[in-house]
Design a binder for this molecule. Structure first.
Ligand code: COA
Length: 182
């Protein structure tokens, strides 16, 4: 069983980004993303309708983190401190030394290499510091942007499930990408 001890929140840094703890004051930006059909197109969660839902979500993330079920980071620009997205290890399966990674960005920050920069930092932290053995990403096959991000970071497609999720009033296929700690 993988043991995780984080006496304080693990703030991470890349060339252009600071990945810091998510705070209740991030609720407006998280709401903006979770209420945006473009951002949520490939994420099987209903669109948010109230900021208060997002505040509840942030609190639930905090609880899940205390229970070692997930770690969520708010992504900010190093230069301005502006929040641009979120990334995290969701569904950590400590008995299998495995976790799922997930991320989302505000659309005005797409296409600038921020997602791959943040994912590469999490891979390093997840493998070198936390000692996970494998990390997976569960992606809808038409989410080309997300597939490019994980492939660029070294993930390979390992599984494909036909019509395994019900999203947008239809059954959709899901692909599982993963990377091993070598
Ligand atoms: C998917 C997402 C994270 C990509 O973020 P991003 O910051 O634009 O990604 P990057 O800039 O790091 O792009 C990495 C590569 O993917 C390519 N790419 C990104 N989006 C693309 C798209 N929609 N179509 C084609 N290629 C795309 C980039 O061109 C880049 O390739 P390159 O390095 O060869 O030029 C972002 O679009 C997003 O937040 N989407 C909504 C939430 C979501 O779907 N999350 C993932 C759920 S599995």
């Amino acid at each position: 069983m993988l043991e995780i001890h984080l006496p304080e929140f693990p703030q991470l840094e890349t060339e252009r980004l600071i990945l810091r703890q998510t705070e209740l004051s991030d609720a407006n930006v998280i709401f903006e993303m979770r209420a945006c059909a473009e951002v949520m197109k490939y994420i099987p969660v209903p669109l948010a309708t109230k900021v208060s839902e997002t505040e509840d979500y942030i609190q639930s993330l905090q609880e899940r983190m205390e229970n070692k079920e997930c770690i969520n980071w708010t992504i900010t620009l190093k230069e301005t401190g502006e929040m641009i997205g979120t990334i995290g290890f969701y569904r950590m399966k400590l008995q299998h030394y495995r976790t799922e990674i997930g991320y989302m960005f505000l659309p005005q920050f797409y296409g600038k290499g921020y997602a791959s920069e943040a994912v590469l930092r999490l891979l390093d932290f997840g493998f070198s510091t936390l000692r996970f053995h494998s990390i997976e990403a569960v992606i809808y096959p038409d989410n080309i942007g997300s597939i490019r991000v994980v492939e660029k970071c070294g993930f390979v497609r390992e599984a494909y499930f036909k019509e395994s999720e019900f999203h947008g009033e239809q059954f959709v296929d899901v692909a599982v990408y993963s990377i091993l700690n070598k």
